[in-house]
Design a protein around this ligand. Structure first.
Ligand code: ADP
Ligand code: MG
Length: 635
């Protein structure tokens, strides 16, 4: 395979590449960079999001322009302000050793005269959104008559957004003999016609199959009643304690509403859509990038091309109308060699869309059940246990240890552990313990009215195992691993559910002894692997619908950038968790959706005006003491 040196890049760029930690060129870079460096040709490159297109055009452009000149030589058009800024920042990083380089971003919503001034200072490269660019051309604020290189980035999206005329107009102000490089994830007819009309005998390169989504992403769908969408979203989040996600909605209104509801329910969420001011959008993106926001709720347009590392899940609150858009959405995760999960929440009427998406992405969706309350309770408890287990001790505590010890002098270790966990854990337990399941009822299910499906009713056993995606597993790898280690048959392991630092799986009851015996003394990568029987059957049982409230906290009303409760210093966090649930509930009673009188509870969580339900969640049985049975202990 080629290296960046092989591609013909100069020393300044190679140094920057080393600083960035890029080890080898991505496919689109390996194909495009030598071509573009060698001669001044037009190029059409089809590549998915996340394949490294910015560097594919950025490096050649940086190498070819003359940084000693103050003339604008390169113009990059991109569909949104966010992308525009992202590209500008990337180019500045790539060109950090190119002395005299000046890259300027031009986009709507910010001071046009500031931007004009920045251009005048001698911008060799302008990165622009079409609307603002056209505006500035007509006001003589930029001169692009000496452009040598123009890039149309995310061309399909620019055309989707109706920028065709603006682009045509802008290009008419550039010289005929410039080179044009067009980058696009898909090749609809409109893009082909731009290529035909504005480009001269372009070289075409394609990375991966056209319109195929990346391999790193697995696709799942969850069938729910349309009115349970929001509940389903919360459960998918709660079942993945380490989630860092983008939730896509179809309209600005839904986007805003879902984000607001999440924030009110105690999640660290933020909205990104076109009705927000530029300032608000910047703030949201900043908070998302540094992870103060854990769930970004966005419209397709606003989130296009956004490159944030390590997004674990893309959730489709509604499916898009165009299957292509699905590809763009799910491309937000599974980037840079990481795996990601794309989850679609669908109602019955949308199931057919899944089929057409499958045809386009040439991949199958896995149909899954929304996690049951008891699944979530277990996941959250074990995530907490894992977190405590791996937490480094803060020795600031030492000086208070004496008084703490005094207080707990008469408390047994077991009791102390239970109390300790209950502090954090009761809110999940109380919230979910009586919740119904969300799946769409299928008639053959006998337990559909069961609701509280705690015991194992069938012949399988569910296990907890303390390895997960952090250890390099996805569900398939976990299944293979168990099959190989235990010499099991193809279908012996099922309902594998891999979380960040631990997982669950099921087997028939007969295999229980064998499995537990095998893992009494087993190491993986030098670490003891611990397997325990879990209380749940797993896979989300079916039933009616759920009531229920998210994280149950009331202290998180500060809006967009609020931090997740988990990250809060303890003292702060406890204020809402401390014993007095009654007062919490009365402050937040609009969100309580109790276990009683279900018919009264019409869509209590979907419809905000309906939230004044007076019944309260039952608080009995809240100790959580019968949660996952710690069957054996290894020391
Ligand atoms: P695209 O425009 O195709 O969606 P980007 O250009 O935004 O992709 O790149 C996606 C991410 O991958 C960026 O964070 C970028 O810094 C990183 N990246 C690009 N090229 C490489 C490479 N060769 N090695 C490692 N990371 C890379
Ligand atoms: Mg890009």
């Amino acid at each position: 395979m080629s290296t960046f040196q092989d591609l013909g890049l100069n020393e300044d760029l190679l140094r920057a590449i080393t600083d960035l930690g890029f080890e080898k060129p991505s496919e689109v870079q390996a194909k495009a960079i030598p071509l573009l460096l060698e001669e001044d040709k037009d190029l059409v490159a089809l590549a998915q999001t996340g394949t490294g297109k910015t560097a594919a055009f950025g490096f050649p452009m940086l190498q070819k322009i003359d940084v000693d000149s103050r003339t604008t030589q390169g113009l990059i058009l991109s569909p949104t302000r966010e992308l525009c800024l992202q590209i500008t920042n990337e180019l500045k990083l790539y060109g950090k050793y190119c002395k005299g380089l000046n890259v300027t971003a031009i986009y709507g919503g910010a001071s046009i005269s500031d931007q004009a001034r920045s251009v005048k200072r001698g911008a060799q490269i302008i990165v622009a959104t079409p609307g603002r660019m056209k505006d500035m051309i007509s006001r003589n604020m930029v001169d692009i008559s000496k452009i040598q290189y123009s890039v149309l980035d995310e061309a399909d999206e620019m055309l989707n957004m109706g920028f065709k005329e603006d682009i045509t107009d802008i290009l008419s102000h550039t010289p005929d003999d410039k080179s044009t490089w067009l980058f696009s994830a898909t090749m609809p007819r409109e893009v082909a016609s731009i290529a035909k009309n504005f480009m001269y005998d372009p070289i075409e390169i394609t990375v991966g199959n056209k319109n195929e989504s990346t391999n790193q992403v697995s696709h799942e769908y969850y069938l729910v009643n349309a009115r349970d969408r929001y509940q389903a979203l919360k459960r998918l989040s709660d079942a993945n304690p380490e989630i860092f996600s983008v939730v896509f909605c179809r309209t600005k209104r839904d986007t805003q509403k879902v984000a607001e509801n999440l924030i009110e329910d105690g999640y660290n969420a933020g909205a990104l859509h076109g009705d927000l001011s530029q300032n608000q959008r910047d703030l949201v993106m900043k908070s998302f990038r540094n992870r103060q926001i854990q769930t970004l709720v966005a419209t397709d347009v606003a989130a296009r091309g956004i490159d944030v590392d390590n997004i674990t899940h893309v959730i489709h609150y509604q499916l898009p109308d165009e299957p292509e858009i699905y590809t763009h959405r799910s491309g937000r995760t599974g980037r840079a060699g990481k795996t990601g999960i794309s989850m679609a929440i669908v109602s019955k009427s949308e199931v057919r869309k899944i089929k057409s998406i499958e045809r386009i992405i040439k991949k199958q969706f896995e149909k899954k059940e929304i996690p049951s309350g008891s699944d979530i309770v277990e996941v959250q408890l074990m995530a907490l246990a894992n977190k405590i287990h791996t937490t480094e001790i803060n020795h600031e505590i030492d000086k208070h240890l004496e008084s703490i010890n005094e207080l707990f002098a008469d408390t047994e270790k077991d009791e102390l552990i239970k109390k300790f966990f209950s502090v954090e854990f009761n809110r999940f337990f109380n919230y979910y313990q009586k919740s119904k399941d969300l799946g769409v009822v299928q008639s053959r299910d006998s337990d559909r009215d069961g609701g509280r499906d705690y015991g194992r009713s069938s012949n399988d056993t569910r296990y907890f195992i303390n390895i997960g995606s952090k250890d390099g597993f996805d569900w398939m790898k976990m299944k293979d691993f168990l099959k190989e280690q235990l010499e099991l048959g193809r279908d012996d392991v099922f309902k594998v559910d891999v979380k960040d630092s631990f997982s669950f799986f099921n087997t028939e009851n007969e295999l229980k002894e064998k499995i537990l015996a095998f893992f009494t003394d087993f190491k993986h990568n030098g670490r003891f692997v611990n397997v325990e029987v879990s209380e749940n059957r797993g896979g989300g049982s079916r039933g009616g619908r759920s009531g229920g409230r998210g994280r149950g906290g009331n202290d998180r009303r500060s809006g967009g950038g609020s931090r997740r409760r988990d990250d809060k210093p303890r003292g702060d966090r406890r204020s809402s968790d401390r014993g007095d649930r009654r007062s919490n509930d009365s402050r937040g009673d609009r969100r309580s959706s109790g276990s009683g009188n279900r018919s009264d509870r019409r869509r209590s969580d979907d419809n905000r005006s309906d939230r004044r339900s007076s019944d309260r969640r039952s608080e009995s049985n809240g100790s959580g003491s019968d949660r996952p049975r710690r069957s054996r202990r290894r020391d």
